[in-house]
Design a protein around this ligand. Structure first.
Ligand SMILES: [Fe+2]
Length: 274
């Protein structure tokens, strides 16, 4: 999600989608996918939430090399009506929200180079497909993502996009959830990163506080380092319920509310119970 030129690049359709061109992936790129997949899945038991693990199994993303979106979509669309569509890179906010509101998740087509296994700024197929698609098999999370797309269109009209983007960041990308077995990860930015999968749950440095919608919308984030703060949802269902309104009264309060800088503790913060 990013501001970008409104015209799709050459070769892309008016909605910015492109063909995946699966036959165009090199042997090395397929190998990179397998390496990333194996490395990441070894870390997930006891760390990823059950919905993610169930989705990963259902989508079967380890058939030898980068998966074909058409095959993945057969399963995904049957489960929740979502599809993953290839795009050439970051797309404008309006385009992004339009896709989400229609249950299409835009995914980068390219695969990172072997030198970028641990970090890259622009989302590639591994981040978008491995990180995001499994949660889209969960009916409740699937509804949450569609509602987010609809909310995005409203936020654009109301000029509150910066606040809403924080909700995406602290839930869809970096969200943790409380479960009877302990804290688990559901955010794609964490689950597609080896370092952050280890750090988000096990490292004493980041703060982990209970999810609060207004607190999230007042909290800036950093994109170039491991997170300093994670929000813990009581459940995915609770996350959906907390975000079902149109946010109009919340946006009105945010007109005058100050941001809470990273590192600051707000008197209303509740530590997340483990
Ligand atoms: Fe992402």
């Amino acid at each position: 999600m990013v501001a970008a030129a409104l015209k799709p690049p050459p070769g892309a359709r008016p909605d910015w989608t492109i063909d995946q061109d699966w036959l165009g992936y090199s042997t090395d790129e397929h190998r990179t996918w397998d390496r990333l997949y194996d490395r990441q899945t070894a870390l997930l038991p006891g760390r990823a939430c059950d919905a993610f693990l169930r989705g990963l199994e259902a989508l079967d993303l380890r058939q030898g090399g980068a998966p074909e979106l058409a095959r993945v979509n057969e399963v995904l669309s049957m489960l929740t009506g979502w599809r993953v569509v290839a795009v050439p890179g970051l797309v404008p906010d309006e385009v992004f929200f339009e896709h989400l509101a229609n249950r299409r998740f835009p995914a980068g087509r390219f695969i990172r180079s072997p030198e970028q296994l641990d970090y890259l700024q622009e989302p590639d197929l591994f981040h978008d497909l491995f990180g995001h698609a499994p949660m889209l098999t969960d009916p409740v999370f699937a509804d949450y993502m569609q509602a987010y797309g609809e909310g995005g269109r409203r936020a654009l009209r109301l000029g509150r996009l910066a606040n809403l983007a924080r909700l995406y960041w602290y839930t869809v990308e970096f969200g943790l959830v409380r479960t009877p077995a302990g804290l688990r990860i559901y955010g794609a930015g964490v689950l597609s990163s080896r370092a952050e999968t280890l750090y988000a749950l096990d490292d004493p440095r980041p703060r982990r506080i209970a999810f609060d919608l207004e607190r999230v919308m007042r909290t800036p984030y950093r994109i170039d380092d491991l997170q300093a703060l994670y929000f813990v949802a009581p459940s995915i269902e609770a996350l959906l319920q907390a975000t079902l309104s149109d946010f109009s009264s919340l946006y009105a309060r945010l007109e005058t509310a100050q941001d809470i800088p990273l590192g600051c503790i707000d008197p209303g913060d509740r530590l997340a119970p483990v």
